[in-house]
Design a protein around this ligand. Sequence first.
Ligand code: TXA
Ligand code: MG
Length: 318
Amino acid sequence: MADIGTDIQRAARLLTQGNLVAIPTETVYGLAGNAFNLSAVAKIFEVKNRPSFDPLIVHTYSQEQVETFVEHFPPKARKLAKAFWPGPLTLLLPKKDLIPDLVTSGMDTVAIRIPNQPLTLSILQKLDFPLVAPSANPFGYVSPTSAQHVDDQLGEKIEYILDGGVCQIGIESTILGFDDDIPVIHRLGGLSREEIESVIGQVAVRPHSSSNPKAPGMLKSHYSPGKKLILGDLQELLGAYGHLKCGVITFNKKVNAVDDDHQYVLAENGDVTNAAKNLFAALREMDKKNIDIILAEPVPNHGLGPAINDRLKRAAAK
Ligand code: TXA
Ligand code: MG
């Protein structure tokens, strides 16, 4: 098991020595390493069992720093950075040579964000290098939203987990890039499309495809619990699967047919933002229960709803 604590000095020291540390962000916990240290970057791929063609996000603390990593900062990207950084937005920008090819899997754009988490921001300010940090889970599994989630799966492989409590947002950042200066969302996430459009006008959303190995976070099957998950209308699903031991993930109301302790209500108040915060904990909890199958219903399609439904769909794809 890893040590879990709030010792920023220790985390900074380990990172400076080329070791990995799990760090909290407002979205999910990340498995962080020095972006400029190739052996640290390689260790991240190894610990996560992540294919080397899946690029990493660079985390830093100021827009000034970002300027030193990229060749070009389109005006719309600047507007978004001003409005939402620090926050759950990752921008894909043309990289300078300074950013190692290993980080971007050979692509000429780098994914960058400034996370909004006080412990992690203060570490980033102390270091003279940025951090690469994919979600701190084995490749393909549900992202961690607490220090305990990280320890459950990667505790044997890392020395230290910086504990920032439960992640405020609970799903990964929204990734936005530019095709010839036209903004395109590559991954729905913790910043809603509506919020982005309120600043730069209409954006396209790239439909995810399993034929795009360059961005496996976009793979059809991802964020998967170990147990089979089926997404749909709960009454219909309970009709079809009621003979099995079912665990149920509902949006805001319990169902009658299933024991209370086999149910997880994402947001009793009916707020999709709340549902996002609880989603990955719900998937993990259901995965641990003595049940045959997880049944889940989609949440309303506004705000963070589409990002939640996207993850439920991928969790259901096997
Ligand atoms: O909220 C988050 O973004 C979290 C926290 C820790 O910051 N990080 C995260 O990283 O979700 P990861 O590695 O689990 O997901 C990053 C996604 C992957 O799907 C990757 O393929 C995509 O970002 N990505 C990274 N660099 C890219 C690039 N240059 N072009 C296209 N996609 C890229
Ligand atoms: Mg991930």
